[in-house]
Design a protein around this ligand. Sequence first.
Ligand SMILES: Cc1ncc(COP(=O)(O)O)c(C=O)c1O
Length: 499
Amino acid sequence: MSSSIPSEWLQQHFNLEEVGPAYHQLYRLICRAILEGKFPAGTRLPSSRDLAGDLGIARNTVLQVYGQLADEGYVRAGVGQGTYVEDISQDLVEPADEASDSSQEPDRRAPLAGTPHGLSRRGRNVMNHLGFSNRQTGAFMPGIPDVREFPLKVWSRIQNRQWRAGPWDLMRYAPAGGYGPLRQAISDYLGSARSVRSTARQVVMTTGIHQGIDVAARLLCDDGDVVWIEEPAYWGIRNLLSSSGLRVVPIRVDDEGICPGAAELAHPPRLIVVAPSHQYPLGMVMSLARRRMLLDYARQVSCWIIEDDYDSEFRYGNRPLPSLQGMDDADRVLYAGSFSKTLFPGLRVGFLVVPDVLANHFANAIAELYREGNMMSHSVLAEFIREGHFGAHIRRVRKRYAERRECLIEEIHRHFGSGLGIVGDRSGLHLVLALPEGVEDAMVVRDALDQKVITRPLSAYYLNRGHARPGLLLGYAGVTPEEIRPAFSALAGVLDHYL
Ligand SMILES: Cc1ncc(COP(=O)(O)O)c(C=O)c1O
């Protein structure tokens, strides 16, 4: 490959406006291109001077990135001889496809060469798959509730009351499992709202679903154990599981949810992570038949299921199905919940509901590993739920989000008629705008960002890019109709170039 091809590709994908140092972005882009085979072994990278000129960044930045890539074994560089991509095929693993035998799958890890800047293979793996964004506001950032709707006055009234009472006990480390009254309030709420069967003892406080899944992976799995995730899935959980040393196997989803084939069922995993109430990001609800199949399977092969119930409170018209946990008679399900979407993400309060036999272990492990606290917020939250403000808040924002969802759908129809499919719009905080096969959704996202419109490419949520469908995730919950309309017009202008 001539060096003009990497240069063109990097110019297309590099975004000077992205938050964070240019160095990190360029490093990630080149790694990704090498790992995904876009820059195969032997490809000559542009000279540092040319690339710096093409991208509008300092030459030193490019030199630094090339130096790191050479340290890590991605490229080889000789003085005056150019920089060439190394052959890393030995160290890479193809993502599993539906028919593959997961027990035969080799280690899914980053290239073996080098130990750059002290990072472990695990650490490099995390860095190579970063999905988080520092952008937290604006149309159409997905997964973000409207924090401006939060009832600050009610919250601060309860908080002031707690502070005045001299909350010395709340200022210490939390007891194992977390603040008792909040565990009880959550258990009561989940019983009526989500058909979750629990006692307060089974509710273990976490800082969110991320931490819940992290601790479950540590306590229930060993290095190299297989974990099934849905394909596509939320990148955060995927990265978390693979950085815990697990072999992450993507299992395709159909209209009824996760759909393992015979070859996959023949090789049981240790853990299955699903979002049955609202698959992320496609948004379908797992059917009752599929729920029963999954529970029967978990009982037969003695594997664990984590039910990620991150935003089930927001549904527009369709009836909620009971939680998977509520249907589980064999104690195989751990229910992971969070207040990130219902209240606000920065609160960092979540919980796990674990089978009774695991309750003490989980409570003790979290106290031991993370030394939890934050009981002031926990005690305010317990009162907030108990006094009925939580239920009232959900009812109020659900109405708001329903109006915003309708506004976005109207805009889509106004611009494109029924030419583009809308997927997963009946619940949650976002919908997916399907794009025709062959459209590079990542390019659309980049061009949209030039117009100050934020979206995420659906293809990025697939581990096996061969199965990826193009589309755009459009979050509507955090933006008003007045913000949605001009932003969608700008996005439509970008899309017109691709359709
Ligand atoms: C599917 C899914 N699960 C879990 C989370 C994160 O949950 P938490 O903020 O509680 O860690 C997210 C965040 O967007 C998500 O999309």
